[in-house]
Write a protein that binds this ligand. Structure first.
Ligand SMILES: [Zn+2]
Length: 260
């Protein structure tokens, strides 16, 4: 891992450690390991008005299968209670597991799922048909796993970059021709990518967003990287005294830039 990536992870870990302190005062603290903290607010809108809608028993991490010589080991279990935010309707796990545990040694690879690779072939073809990116445009996939999707975008003469914290899978993807940063996607990383490689025309994320705790930071990173979002923002900034018609248009542009 590059030094700046390491510092980014270290910074996240520091933030996480700080948040862990909240567990000390949480009513669920005694039921959790030190690798989990319970959010006090909705991860989407920030409201504290949430309710438990589906209690589930604590469960080991997915794909964490024990080898034959470890069958007697007791695997750590993590809370799975599902809450819903009364303010925005977002259903979520309030208990956030340290992403280093969940994703650094992730084992699942996209290419082992029958049919998924073919789905990604059609997905890439369809997106290119709709967006019509110029040759050499940058495509970024967040949580890119083994690069199964990006290799199809690469086949359309586009530059591709994967971002995935699973270090071994990221290394394998890079060696197979899809450069992949072994990192968590953050606003800091987005700024760095933009400095080094320019804006992205396309950013994809599949089965990823729902697993992220820092939604605002990731969304800000996507906005930072998207070329069109920046261009729309410049148009907004140039409208110092908009007419009612222009003001309405500005709202529409703002919503589009925000991904709404
Ligand atoms: Zn909410």
């Amino acid at each position: 891992m590059r030094p700046d990536s390491a510092s980014s992870v270290a910074r996240e870990s520091t933030q996480f450690s700080g948040l862990l302190n909240r567990v000390e005062t949480d009513e669920m603290a005694t039921e959790m390991s030190a690798d989990v903290f319970r959010r006090s607010d909705c991860r989407l809108c920030g409201s504290t008005d949430r309710e438990l809608v589906l209690p589930l028993v604590p469960t080991p991490v997915g794909e964490g299968y024990a080898t034959a010589d470890r069958l007697s080991d007791v695997q750590p279990c993590y809370p799975m209670d599902l809450f819903m935010c009364r303010a925005c309707g977002h259903a979520e796990f309030p208990d956030v597991i340290n992403p280093e545990i969940l994703y650094r040694n992730y084992l699942y690879q996209t290419s082992v799922s029958l049919g998924l690779v073919e789905h990604f072939r059609g997905y890439a073809d369809e997106v290119v048909r709709l967006v019509k990116p110029a040759a050499g445009s940058l495509v970024i996939d967040i949580g890119s796993n083994d690069g199964s999707l990006l290799k199809f975008f690469k086949g359309h003469a586009l530059r591709v970059l994967g971002v995935d914290p699973a270090q071994e899978i990221a290394r394998g993807a890079t060696e197979a021709g899809v450069e992949t940063l072994p990192d968590f996607f953050t606003l800091d990383l987005a700024r760095k990518i933009r400095r080094e490689r320019g804006p992205a025309t396309l950013i994809t994320a599949n089965n990823v967003f729902a697993n992220i705790d820092g939604l605002v930071d990731v969304a800000a990173g996507i906005r930072e990287l998207l070329a069109q979002a920046r261009a729309d923002q410049r148009r907004l900034d140039s409208r110092l005294c908009p007419t009612p018609e222009r003001a309405a248009e500005s709202v529409a542009i703002s919503r589009r830039a925000d991904g709404a």
